[in-house]
Design a binder for this molecule. Sequence first.
Ligand code: NAX
Length: 335
Amino acid sequence: MMEPINVVVTGAAGQIAYSLLYQLAVGSVFGPEQPVNLRLLDIKLMMDVLQGVVMELEDLALPLLREILPTADAAVAFKDADAAFLIGSMPRKQGMERKDLLTANVNIFKDQGEALDKFARKDVKVLVVGNPANTNALICSHYAPSIPKENFSAMTRLDQNRAQALVASRLGVQVDQIKNVIIWGNHSSTQYPDATYATVNLSKTGEGVISVPQAVNDNEWLNDEFVSTIQKRGASVIAARKMSSAMSAAKAAGDHMRDWFTGTKDGQWVSMGVVSDGSYGIPKGIVFSFPVTIKNKKFSIVQGLEINDFSRSKLNITAEELMEESEEARQVLKP
Ligand code: NAX
């Protein structure tokens, strides 16, 4: 039997964690042979609620789930961590300025970066879900200098899943017949969902694997309605549910970490917010969502895709927003 791995979930008393924890405990993220110790971090005020979550986890009676450790102490949570889902963050409240939200959150991710630096394993894989996810990931990695920058990522997988599902529905095919839709940039309304290089498997109809733009045959839809629907999807869910996406966000977090640990399939790309190395002319150092392939727990940004003028303008908008966010975060953190 394999040794258990230590998995941290922050914001563990919140709604995304509530859907994620079952996936971790049942083995659908780290595999059906991999036991896990769960380290559940939340703020002191939430410890009673978290105790209820712990009881439910116990009541799952799942053999892969070993230790369950609820705590409000980051030093305890991150000790020897192999993987961390950083979900907990301060939600925007009514009347709150963007700046106030950023101040609260960059400080949370600074503290957690420092705790990761001190206590986690150096090969820990960190997925930031809490918003603003890209900039939080940047801050977190900055304050954890002993851990390689490649071990930090921000979640845009929910956007990718949404985009893949929308293309599948438009073409009337199953979602797994669509591959390689890309999310570029920030997990915000400036993100650029791009189906230029996506393919659809139409073997059932005898047409084979063809490009999505060819199958859709409507560039106006792809450049306009498709992009804006995905950009606004999070807001549409909030408008309907009066709460932000949780089940789909948790599923996406599981997808992201599973692919990071087990690798992508041949010919398949996934989107992850990672520290830019300057690929596609994106300024170095910001956390930007790129298409990546993953092997042996290491991602590589897919290279050589041709970027047309339309795509370039979209990439520039989202890169500029990320530059501004990282500058604002720097101002907040100035000593
Ligand atoms: P909830 O408000 O249900 O839960 C958040 C939890 O985090 C609460 O229990 C809170 O006490 C805890 N928390 C706050 N500060 C903390 C700290 N310093 N340490 C540990 N825990 C702390 O929010 P939920 O719906 O679970 O969403 C969590 C975050 O995910 C939000 O920032 C949200 O905006 C973000 N999202 C990101 C998505 C993405 O695709 N990257 C999509 C879904 C979601 O909107």
